[in-house]
Design a protein around this ligand. Sequence first.
Ligand code: ATP
Ligand code: MG
Length: 278
Amino acid sequence: MTSDRKDEGTPAAAAPRKDAPARVPGQGGGATPVLRLEAVRKTFGRTVVLRDVDLEVAPHTVTALIGASGSGKSTLLRCANLLEEIDDGAIFLDGEEITDPRADPDTVRRRIGVVFQAYNLFPHMTVLDNITLAPRRVHGEPRARAEERARELLERLGLGGKAGEYPDRLSGGQQQRVAIVRALAGRPRLLLLDEITAALDPELVGEVLGVVRDLKEEGMTMVLATHEMGFARDVADQVCFLDGGVVLERGTAAQVFGDPREERTRRFLRRLVEAGRL
Ligand SMILES: Nc1ncnc2c1ncn2[C@@H]1O[C@H](COP(=O)(O)OP(=O)(O)OP(=O)(O)O)[C@@H](O)[C@H]1O
Ligand SMILES: [Mg+2]
């Protein structure tokens, strides 16, 4: 963990985990990366959306993908979860190639939790049923065990009393936290978060970001696409600036936000400052 982070406000921020890799962003930390992209190329028709993207996400680290709208952040996350087929390159989860045609996408997806901007909860199901649906139906977990884990997670995320509630009786922030619980229910190795606060009223953003901070302290490995630059700066170990489907710049949050090397990164950040968003 870098010593110059201004995170006195977050408890437990000081003590680095024993098993944490050196906080060199991504590359060369020693441990096998949880996620690795190697020269990934993705096209939609004639549009090249990701070009030769390399990325390494070390265990227990948070990687923030930043960049203008259309730069490829969501596509990268969707490729990592095999929701999109890549055109070239390879993706590895814990050192195993998941883009190998012999890999089973369902098995892979079980190891990756995903939360999107729209929480996509089933309106006709209670919170508890929304969370336990996949563990029971897909993973074959007995109901009692799935529910026990769901209740424990709900409690941890401050939703202890909401298990029997229907989604439309919850606030947006609460619904998004349920979606995070649902993603955690399968004990994922990796959590992918795509603009999870974008649909929320400003006063609800903080509670969801607080959950992400807590998960980081618990050692969850995460990759998140975000327009919340203050949050990215605060929580990310590695920041990747995407521009036109290329990872144009990567580094620690302090490097990328404080001393960007690339002119385009500088311009992007300057525009955010001008808009009062950084
Ligand atoms: N299913 C699709 N078919 C065709 N083009 C697509 C598809 N999905 C994404 N694209 C294109 O890929 C590019 C990257 O989109 P992507 O959604 O990854 O951007 P993003 O960085 O997540 O943007 P935002 O910040 O707005 O969420 C865009 O030009 C988009 O139009
Ligand atoms: Mg997106």
